[in-house]
Design a protein around this ligand. Structure first.
Ligand SMILES: NC(=O)C1=CN([C@@H]2O[C@H](COP(=O)(O)OP(=O)(O)OC[C@H]3O[C@@H](n4cnc5c(N)ncnc54)[C@H](O)[C@@H]3O)[C@@H](O)[C@H]2O)C=CC1
Ligand SMILES: O=C(O)[C@@H]1CCC=N1
Length: 267
């Protein structure tokens, strides 16, 4: 069975992705959460899954268990479940910044631990995930996590230190992309389009541009050049973006999120 400790947004996204990909049946998924509305929402969104109040009950039922609580809650949760963790368990943390070493320090020696950074598009099978395995894991554990995350998007194994950058880029990245889409749409509204039409055009433009990258294999710079006529409209827009340091601001956002992940690891 597949378990989740913490049945919030990310647990819901991962569980739904796994169920829709037919990797697990809803009846083989169990999640715990002390907060009743969170349990209700999880069960409402994923018909057929089980929810429980007690975290230990998840460990009694599931061998593969996601730790899906906020980083600030993790130590307390691990201390409370430690006595129920068995050699049969594979624990997979999705908490931003929380290192394998910190996780292990609250658990029995040799606990099989994996640290993952997923993102919310896992909900629709378009996730981008990175993971690093702990010292006590075996090859099958890596395959297990690849299979689960692979069912909800792309997945890459990385060095643990690189997970902070994965967090800043693809973990937090959807929020940055939504901000970009909001700004594109606002530009359309400023030019006289309705909010509805602007948002629709902004979404389709973003999806289309992203899919052009995967479909053609060309670089962002090459594809940008194809849009830009000398002295034309795109050129004028790009000059404005440059003046306002738009691209630098986005890069700085990824770096700030990465840095926050590093800090969370130290706290
Ligand atoms: N939201 C996102 O885009 C992403 C979040 N993450 C990570 O996923 C983790 C969860 O984040 P979200 O799902 O966004 O938060 P959330 O707040 O939606 O979910 C956390 C859940 O943990 C529950 N909880 C609190 N105390 C608990 C306890 N003692 N035992 C069991 N459950 C408890 C809460 O009631 C809540 O339902 C975080 O560590 C975050 O860093 C990772 C990648 C992306
Ligand atoms: O904002 C956060 O801390 C979480 C981790 C990555 C995305 N959301």
């Amino acid at each position: 069975m597949l378990g989740f400790i913490g049945s919030g947004r990310m647990a819901t996204a991962l569980a739904r992705g796994c169920i829709e990909a037919k990797l697990y049946q809803a009846g083989d998924v169990v999640a715990s959460d002390p907060y009743e509305p969170a349990r209700e929402q999880f069960a409402e969104q994923l018909s057929g899954v089980a929810t429980v109040e007690d975290n230990a009950a998840v460990l009694q039922q599931a061998d593969v268990v996601f730790l899906a609580v906020k980083p600030q809650m993790m130590d307390e949760v691990l201390d409370a479940i430690a006595e129920h963790v068995m050699p049969s368990h594979l624990l997979i943390s999705i908490a931003a910044g929380v290192t394998l070493q910190r996780l292990a320090s609250h658990l029995p020696a040799k606990t099989r631990l994996i640290r993952v950074m997923p993102n919310t598009p896992c909900l629709i099978g378009r996730g981008a995930c990175g993971f690093a395995v702990g010292a006590s894991c075996n090859e099958v554990d890596s395959q297990t996590v690849k299979r689960i995350l692979g069912s909800v998007g792309i997945v890459h194994e990385v060095e643990e230190q690189q997970l902070d950058a994965v967090t800043g880029l693809s973990g937090s990245g959807p929020a940055f992309v939504y901000s970009v889409i909001e700004s594109l749409a606002a530009g359309g509204v400023a030019g006289g389009l309705s909010e509805k039409l602007s948002l629709e055009l902004a979404i389709q433009t973003t999806v289309g541009a992203a899919e052009m990258l995967t479909a053609t294999g060309k670089s962002p710079a090459e594809l940008r050049d194809q849009v830009t006529s000398p002295g034309g409209t795109t050129f004028a827009g790009l000059e404005s973006l440059k003046r306002d340091r738009g691209q630098a601001a986005l890069q700085a956002a990824v770096e700030a999120a990465t840095q926050r992940s590093v800090e969370l690891g130290k706290s």
